[in-house]
Design a protein around this ligand. Sequence first.
Ligand SMILES: C[S@@+](CC[C@H](N)C(=O)[O-])C[C@H]1O[C@@H](n2cnc3c(N)ncnc32)[C@H](O)[C@@H]1O
Length: 295
Amino acid sequence: MSEPRTISELLDAAERVLSDSSHIFEDHDNRMEAEDLIEFVLEADLDDLDDDEIPSRREREKYLALVTRRAAGEPFPILVGSIEFYGMTLEVKPGSFVPRPSSELTVDRAVRRLRKQMKSRKKPVVVDVCTGAGPIALAIAAELPATEVWGTDIDAEGLAQGRRNANLLDIDNVTFRKSDMYKAMPKRLKGKVDLITGHIPYVPPDEVADLPAEVKDHEPLFTLSGLSKDGLGLIRTAVQQAPEWLVPGGWMLLEISEDMVPKVQRICAKAGFEDHGYASDEDDLSVVVEARLPR
Ligand SMILES: C[S@@+](CC[C@H](N)C(=O)[O-])C[C@H]1O[C@@H](n2cnc3c(N)ncnc32)[C@H](O)[C@@H]1O
C-alpha cells in the first residue's frame, strides 16, 4: 500500500493501526484519537483543514510515529502531555496513574452532595483518598471554591503533578499531602470531614496480567491493584478508617467497577455506613458507590 499523504489517508491509516492494536482497550474511539492526534501535530482544528491537504513530510512522520507509540500502548494523555477533565486542561506526565474521564462521575456526585451540605455548612471539608495526580480533588475544588479539599496519596510523582496543576489553574483551596490513606491528615480534621471520595486501586493481583499494555506497562502496579486477593484490601482500609474523620451524616463515594458493587456495599455496611445505592454514567465504565454515616 502506498504511503499515506493526505489528511484523510493519514486518518484512515491511523484508525486502522489503532483498531488492530491489542495493547489498548477495545472501547476507545480510535477515529477520535486519530483526529485528536492530527490536530495535536498540526496545531490546528480539523474543521479548518481540507481532507486532501498534504501535511509536510516532517509532520507526517511525527504523526505516524505518535500513532505507532499509541498502538504500542502509550496512554493518549501521555503522548500529548495533557487531558481535558471536568472542563480543565490537566498536564499529565509519565510515572503515575493517568487520570480517566470516567472519574468525572465521582466529581459530579460529590459536587451534588456538597451543594446540599452547603446549605448548612458554609465551608465543607473534602478528602480525596488515593488522589494520584489529583483530578477529582482539583475538579471539586475548582467547582466549589468555598470547600477545603485535601488529596492524599503515597505516590510523590502523582502528588507533584497535582500541585503543579493546582498552581497552573490557580486553584488555592486544595492541599496535596503524601500519606498512607488518612495518616498524614491534620488531626484537627478528625470528625470534621463532610465527604470522602476514593478512586482506590481495586484490581485483584491475579488480574493485572490481563490488563492491556496501556495500563500494566505504563502505570505503577501500586496504583492499580489492591494487593489483597480480591483486590479490595485498600478499599477496606479506606472505608474502615473513614468514620473517624467524617462528620455525622458525612458521605463516602467510591469509584469502582460495577461487578464489585455488592462487595463494596457490604464493606461500607460493616463499617457503619447507610447504603445510598450507586450511580453510573451512560458508558458504565465505572460506577460510584454512595454511602453515608448515620446523622
Ligand atoms: C486508581 S489510582 C487513582 C488515582 C486518582 N484518584 C485518579 O482517579 O486519577 C489509585 C491511587 O491510589 C494510590 N495509593 C495506593 N495505595 C495507597 C495508600 N496506601 N494510601 C494512599 N494512596 C494509595 C496510588 O498511588 C494511586 O495514585
